[in-house]
Ligand binder design. Structure first.
Ligand code: ADP
Ligand code: MG
Length: 347
């Protein structure tokens, strides 16, 4: 394979795409980004890009002709698009995996089927609402598809409120609210039956959006190993290629419940760019481009803060200290709660 002309196609042009493109550059791999938004940070860093709807066959054909293989930075790229591309060129991770993980019901059913615990949940269409026990509440109703950063979620304090609510004609699951001790995540990269993972990150969410992550997580070594083993089991069962993230709840009894799987690089792994010998992004590029994975080693303790909406303006004029790394995604439009940048501090 001639690395100079070898081109990786990436669907999605957000900050995850931007960091993937930068890692590819470091490995001398050309990148071609396909995004449906003009306001895409990755387009300023890749070698080529197309801005078009993901359904545009003509543009997709042109894209396919000019890349050697494809990956994505966001799991909500339409399955049909990925499947269309996969028929002509290799896509990693496989679209069939995305089909499961794009759908919260399929995802949780799959996890339970391989013996991995999740929160208690029901498919709203199939459950007799009146028969749900009062003890099931408080609960969260989540759309089955297209949710991220808490989008598509409704909280119900009690059964009464739930029964009064009229759901639009969408597909939902209802999930018991967990009074968890903390949240952690494991980022794992897998290529040809071999996998490497980072030790768990500890995450704090506010209004269902990640606020900060830090390493090392304040958990026992045993729990860290358990979480990594669960992530490995999932990646192996899916025969996964690339980087993915498993989000967990740690219950008060120190039990691990999987909240969700992100079949891509993940916000909680941003600190790997500064705290580790290899980043989650580089290992994703390595996995999908047939390069040997690097075993992650932590060099520093670190904490990462997400910068949302208008807060980015403060950071833009702020003095950044020596052990701080400020990332401005360069998004043109500032929107409330939109991820605009992040800051990592190493110790
Ligand atoms: P998204 O796809 O939007 O990230 P998640 O299901 O991961 O959706 O929910 C986002 C956050 O909301 C979680 O990280 C957690 O903090 C909170 N959350 C979600 N489900 C539950 C639950 N069943 N119990 C307690 N907190 C929850
Ligand atoms: Mg989540």
């Amino acid at each position: 394979m001639n690395k100079k002309t070898f081109t990786l196609g990436i669907f999605g042009g957000g900050q995850l795409g931007k960091f993937l493109v930068q890692s590819a550059k470091k490995l001398n791999i050309r990148t071609f980004v396909f995004t449906d938004s003009v306001d895409s940070p990755a387009i300023y860093y890749c070698d080529d890009f197309i801005i078009s709807s993901y359904e545009n066959k003509k543009k997709l054909d042109f894209f396919i002709k000019n890349i050697d293989l494809a990956t994505f930075e966001f799991e909500n790229i339409p399955f049909k698009t990925l499947d269309y591309v996969e028929k002509k060129i290799n896509v990693s991770p496989k679209p069939t995996i995305i089909k499961i993980l794009q759908d919260r019901l399929k995802e949780k059913t799959f996890l339970n089927s391989i013996g991995i615990k999740t929160t208690e949940f029901y498919y709203l269409k199939k459950v007799d609402k009146k028969k749900l026990s009062n003890n099931f509440f408080p609960a969260l109703v989540k759309t089955i598809r297209l949710g991220y950063d808490g989008k598509g979620q409704v909280f119900f304090k009690n059964k009464n409120d739930f029964l009064k609510y009229s759901f639009k004609n969408k597909e939902y699951i209802i999930e018991k609210l967990i009074n968890f001790k903390k949240e952690i995540s494991v980022v794992i990269s897998r290529y040809k039956e071999k996998s490497v993972s980072f030790d768990a990150f500890e995450n704090l969410h506010k209004h269902q959006i990640l606020q900060k992550s830090h390493v090392p997580a304040n958990i026992s070594p045993k729990l860290n190993i358990q979480a990594k083993e669960i992530a490995k089991k999932i990646a192996d069962k899916l025969n996964y290629t690339g980087t993915m993230c498993v989000e967990f709840f740690v219950t008060k009894k120190n039990e691990l419940l999987v909240n969700e799987i992100a079949p891509r690089v993940h916000n909680s792994g941003h600190l790997t760019m500064n705290a580790h010998n290899v980043s989650q992004f580089e290992n994703h590029i390595r996995a999908v481009c047939n390069l040997k994975l690097k075993k992650p080693k932590r060099i520093h303790k670190a904490i990462m803060y997400n910068i949302l909406g208008n807060d980015i303006k403060k950071y833009r004029s702020k003095e950044i200290a020596m052990k701080e790394f400020f990332y401005d995604y360069g998004k043109k439009e500032i929107k409330n709660k939109r991820k605009m940048g992040h800051l990592t501090k190493i110790f």
